[in-house]
Design a protein around this ligand. Structure first.
Ligand code: AMP
Length: 213
């Protein structure tokens, strides 16, 4: 299964991608995680991306296309992959098509996790992250010990772009740049829409049902 997860920031893409990765035994490719790692390691990509990320703006398409092409050339994607947070613009979707054509593959499904905007601010401002990739929420998905990751015992932190002033910018960015992708994949006959305003397990079950997996 080669799939894309679409939806607003904080709409549950990362959480569902982690569950789907286990279920399907394919890698989860999160451009946000790859960029955060690059920023942490101070690579040239990280240095270029940091200012955009801190401001809640999208990193330029050519940088993203380069990192996706490199990721898809690795040899662990034979059984498929789950994109989480990519594509985010029409240009990225077209770029993905070109890369996939070159590799002789195609995207099977785009799952759109639909969550109302008023729920997003609450979700994002309460989100706490771990460097290992695990994500929690101060109300709906608490770790067993406050501030400590269940998976690796790392210290949880609030992402700089999960603070309220940046959240607003990210939502505007999503509406202007990413929302058109819903129609794009609908026209391609690949769109599966899921009600994301439910418990994590219910969303996951709906996705499995929608994909027939
Ligand atoms: P995320 O973890 O997916 O919310 O991404 C965090 C930040 O990384 C975004 O606000 C963007 O600045 C950047 N980013 C991640 N994925 C992309 C992408 N596909 N295109 C452009 N910017 C991205």
């Amino acid at each position: 299964m080669r799939m894309i997860l679409l939806g607003k920031p904080g709409g549950g893409k990362g959480t569902q991608a982690t569950l789907l990765k286990e279920h399907l035994d394919v890698p989860q490719i999160s451009t946000g995680d790859i960029l955060r790692e690059a920023v942490k390691n101070g690579t040239p990509l990280g240095k270029e991306a940091k200012n955009y990320m801190d401001a809640g703006k999208l990193v330029p398409d050519d940088l993203i296309r380069g990192l996706v092409e490199e990721r898809l050339s690795q040899d662990d994607i034979g059984k498929g992959f789950i994109f989480d947070g990519f594509p985010r613009t029409l240009a990225q979707a077209e770029g993905l098509k070109k890369i996939a054509d070159k590799l002789g593959i195609s995207i099977d499904k785009a799952v759109y996790i639909d969550v109302p905007t008023d729920k997003i601010v609450k979700r994002l401002s309460g989100r706490r992250s771990c460097a290992c990739g695990a994500v929690y929420h101060i109300e709906s998905k608490r770790p067993k010990i406050e501030g400590v990751c269940d998976a690796c015992s790392g210290k949880l932190y609030q992402r700089d772009d999960d603070k309220e002033d940046v959240i607003k910018q990210r939502i505007e960015q999503y509406e202007a740049q990413t929302m058109p992708l819903i129609d794009y994949y609908r026209k391609e006959g690949k769109l599966v829409t899921i009600d994301g305003d439910q418990d994590i397990d219910e969303v996951f079950n709906d996705i499995k049902r929608g994909l027939g997996i």
